[in-house]
Design a protein around this ligand. Sequence first.
Ligand code: FBP
Length: 322
Amino acid sequence: MKRLNSQLQDDGAPMELILLIRTLLAGCKEIAFRVSQGALAGVLGSTLSENVQGETQKKLDVISNQILKDILKDSGYVKAISSEEEDDVVACNPDGKYLVSFDPLDGSSNTDINSLIGTIFSISHAPQWMKPDDPSAFLQPGTQSVAAGYVLYGPSAMLAMTTGRGTHLYTLDKTHGGFLLTKANVKVPEQTSEFAINTSNQRHWEAPIQNYVADLLAGEDGPRGKDFNMRWVAAMVGDIHRVLSRGGIFLYPFDKRNPEKPGKLRLLYEANPMAFLMEQAGGMADTGTGRIMEVMPSEIHQRVPVLLGSKQEVQTCLDYYK
Ligand code: FBP
């Protein structure tokens, strides 16, 4: 089976980017091992501290963040890091060519129930003019990303990866510790009968999403004329992996609870990397009012509404906004 390295080379990725990706994934392999140890290693449960998002940090959030921070800082390839678990950007090598944004452990509410969790990352060029501790360098639209991916810590550890030449899926071979290509050039079906949204937030949604979901639930008796099924992993990495694997639409839309926070999911290290993967797989990724990857970030922990997945279904959802 083809190894990650040769696929990245075939996709024309520059050697330094390949070395950075391999370094980041070495950290993910360490996280995969720590996650698999669970209660045996005492890594389950919460800490007493909160992150900048006001969320109680899980022990594995802190452990995963530290693993990635250490390995990327030591690599020499990275100028600065932005992480869900870090209030501010983390300065690394002043001569580093790249910026890395990551969610060290997505779906952390699933850690204590042995359910799907993952690491999400995106990589962009570091402007030569920036100081390593300057957050404004991260305020680049997703269209500037040079690579994005996630590692899903599930029954098998799987990687979804793009450098702008298609989205490929890899499986971690625990015998030799490498990621092997298991699905090249993923193509997300344009149509679907499967949607993912946290319906417990329904009363807070805007009218377009209220109407869109109501028509999905009306099924074949309603204007859509077919039945839809619902899934919700409560870990974006798990829901997106399902959409990449068999199609679907994933929504975490704007809700009226806190207009200051136009969504739950973070642009730099959740929405943008998933949008890049989805678009490279023939899907679509929108906020409801425009392409996610064209959003100009205003700060590193900015949140955006997220509607992404099978192209025709996302387009149908967007038609409800007209
Ligand atoms: P973190 O776990 O990294 O904070 O991510 C947020 C997240 O868990 C997403 O992975 C998931 O899609 C969503 O929140 C679940 O939200 P909810 O708790 O509303 O179901």
